[in-house]
Design a protein around this ligand. Structure first.
Ligand code: ATP
Length: 256
């Protein structure tokens, strides 16, 4: 293992019956990098996320995070080790408040905070207060504090996306996996999202792996890009290398 990598996948393959969704994917991601995973629909991008986060155990290959072999570990264990994710479709607790969404997520990581504390039972008042303060501080950092008591569902779309990221951040990850964070956003919202991702990378000392179809976002903030096509790695390199790669243009960029 190259210890300068934060996340390393060595030839991971995911076979579903007759379908090879991901074939021999080797990713090397350095601390604090923002890396893009792109490619046509069905290329295997979400399956790669599902292997990294423990939803699926790779059929073959090895995944190393911060020097730990995490291949096949359960999702909650991988969250504990410091990998958080968001989903392609927003998955918030829509009838709960913005603050409650973050508080529940933080609970998942920090077993020290009993569930009863979140519910506010009296003997946990002090724990609850600390938990509350930490979550409010996080909401300040992501500029959602003024909406803390609003129901998640009542937020404008762009802010729901940001809340999803905040909820992932509440688990105090070293690395965050974003599945199409700009999906459904207009150009202005995409621009704000790019600034937001760059800001949290710096402030939370994060490493970022993102799946994205909006090329202005991918080319604008990713330092390294990997292109998947039918589960195979078509190319990887800098945004400039990818934009000028004829195979990538033919298989994907020409169609975006
Ligand atoms: P999109 O951009 O549409 O989200 P993707 O690149 O994320 O696509 P995946 O969702 O990873 O692609 O799917 C890759 C392939 O694996 C597809 O052919 C899909 O049908 C198949 N696949 C994914 N999950 C499963 C599963 N649990 N069982 C069987 N096949 C699956």
């Amino acid at each position: 293992v190259n210890i300068s990598n934060m996340l390393q996948t060595d030839n991971i393959t995911m076979q579903f019956g007759g379908i090879r969704a991901v074939s021999n994917l080797s990713l090397n991601i350095k601390p604090n990098q923002i890396v893009g995973l792109i490619g046509p629909n069905g290329a295997g991008k979400t399956t790669a996320f599902n292997m990294i986060t423990g939803v699926y155990k790779p059929t073959t290959g090895k995944i190393t995070f911060n020097d730990h072999d995490i291949t096949g570990l359960k999702p909650n264990k991988i969250t504990e080790l410091g990998i958080a994710r968001t989903f392609q479709n927003i998955r918030l607790f829509s009838s709960m408040s913005v603050l409650e969404n973050v508080m529940l997520s933080k609970h998942v990581r920090l077993k020290a905070t009993p569930f009863e504390a979140i519910l506010g039972l009296p003997r946990y008042t002090r724990t609850r207060k600390k938990h509350y303060e930490e979550c409010m501080e996080l909401l300040e950092q992501v500029q959602l504090a003024d909406l803390a008591d609003e129901k998640a569902i009542s937020l404008p779309y762009g802010k729901q996306r940001r809340l999803e990221i905040a909820r992932a951040l509440a688990t105090q990850p070293g690395m965050i996996l974003l599945d199409e964070p700009a999906a459904g956003m207009n150009p202005q919202e995409s621009l704000e999202l790019m600034e937001f991702i760059a800001k949290i990378r710096d402030e939370f000392n994060l490493t970022v792996l993102m799946i994205e179809h909006h090329m202005e976002v991918v080319m604008g903030i990713c330092e390294h890009i990997l292109v998947l096509d039918h589960g195979e790695t078509l190319a990887q390199g800098t945004p400039e290398e990818i934009q000028n790669n004829q195979k990538v243009i033919e298989a994907y960029l020409g169609a975006v």
